[in-house]
Design a protein around this ligand. Structure first.
Ligand code: SF4
Ligand code: SF4
Length: 258
C-alpha cells in the first residue's frame, strides 16, 4: 500500500489561492486506509475549504475504488463532469499516482484543462499495521528475496548491499548508517541460521540489476480488473472478515495459558 499523510492546510490553501470553485475528490484505496481520502477526510476537507470561502463539490470514492484505477474512478469523474467543467481547481485526496491518473484523464479523455493539486504526501510502499508501517520493498523490478532469506537487502540495508554485512555493523547488531535500525544482514544471518541455511552466506550474489528500475516504468496486464471482481466477487470474504475472531499469535496464546 502507498502510505500517505495529508499536507498542511497552509500548503493546500496556497495552491488554491485565487481559485473559488473547487472539486475535491477522495480515493477508496490506500487513501481510505490511511484516512487521507476516505469519506470523512473528504467531508472534513470540504468543510475547511468552505470556511475559507470556497465553493466546494465533493467526489467520494467508495471502499475498493481507487483513484489510480481509472477504469473505475472515471465513472465518478464523468458523473461530476458539470462540476469539474465549471471549477477552478481539482484537489485529489490520494497518493501522487491517483493525482496524476486523474489529471491525465481530465486532459486526455474529458478534454478539460484544469489545475490539479495533491492534498497528500505519498510516503512509499509500506506493509505492517495496525498502526505501525514499514517500507520493505521499493519495487525494484527484479526481486531478490528468493536469494536472501526473504529479507530485502536493497530496502532494509542502509547501503543496499547484496553481499553484507559491511564493515560498519555495530556490536549491538545495529546499522552503521542509523543506530536505531537493525542491521539487515544481521537479520538475514539470524534467519538463515534458524532455517539451517547459513551456507547461503558463502555464495557471492551478483550486483542487483537496477536497469529494471529506469523511470518511468510501464506495465501491462492482459485485461482490466472489473468492479464485479473487486467488490461483488469479494462479498463472502467481506462477510467472513466481519465475523472473524480477533487474531492471537500462537506464542501469545501460550504465554497467556502459562
Ligand atoms: S528485491 Fe526488494 S525492492 Fe526488489 S522487488 Fe524484492 S523486496 Fe522489492
Ligand atoms: S550495518 Fe548492516 S544494514 Fe547497515 S549498511 Fe552495513 S550491512 Fe547494511
Amino acid at each position: 500500500m502507498i502510505a500517505q499523510e495529508q499536507k498542511p492546510m497552509d500548503e493546500i490553501l496556497g495552491y488554491l489561492e485565487g481559485k473559488q470553485r473547487i472539486v475535491t475528490m477522495g480515493c477508496g484505496g490506500c487513501a481510505t486506509f490511511y484516512q487521507t481520502g476516505d469519506k470523512k477526510a473528504v467531508k472534513e476537507m470540504a468543510e475547511k475549504l468552505t470556511k475559507e470561502g470556497k465553493d466546494v463539490t465533493k467526489i467520494f470514492l467508495p471502499l475498493g475504488i481507487s483513484a489510480c484505477e481509472i477504469d473505475m474512478s472515471s465513472v465518478f469523474l464523468e458523473k461530476n463532469r458539470k462540476a469539474i467543467e465549471g471549477c477552478d481547481a481539482v484537489l485529489v485526496q490520494s497518493c501522487g499516482e491517483g493525482v496524476q491518473v486523474v489529471r491525465e484523464y481530465l486532459d486526455d479523455k474529458m478534454g478539460l484543462a484544469k489545475s490539479v493539486y495533491p492534498a497528500n504526501n505519498s510516503m512509499g510502499n509500506v506493509g505492517g499495521g495496525p498502526t505501525d508501517f514499514k517500507e520493505t520493498c521499493q519495487g525494484c523490478g527484479e526481486c531478490e528475496l528468493g536469494k536472501i532469506a526473504g529479507i530485502c537487502p536493497l530496502t532494509a540495508c542502509g547501503k543496499g548491499l547484496m553481499n553484507g554485512p559491511c564493515g560498519g555493523v555495530r556490536e549491538d547488531g545495529k546499522c552503521e548508517t542509523d543506530p536505531e535500525k537493525d542491521c539487515a544482514w544481521v537479520k538475514i544471518y539470524e534467519r538463515l541460521e534458524k532455517l539451517g541455511e547459513l551456507d547461503e552466506l558463502l555464495k557471492m550474489r551478483e550486483p542487483h540489476a537496477w536497469s529494471k528500475m529506469k523511470r518511468p516504468r510501464t506495465f501491462k496486464i492482459e485485461k482490466p480488473i472489473s468492479l464485479g471482481r473487486t467488490m461483488f466477487g469479494s462479498i463472502p470474504e467481506y462477510v467472513s472478515f466481519g465475523l472473524r475472531k480477533p487474531f492471537t499469535p500462537k506464542h501469545e496464546e501460550k504465554a497467556e495459558g502459562e
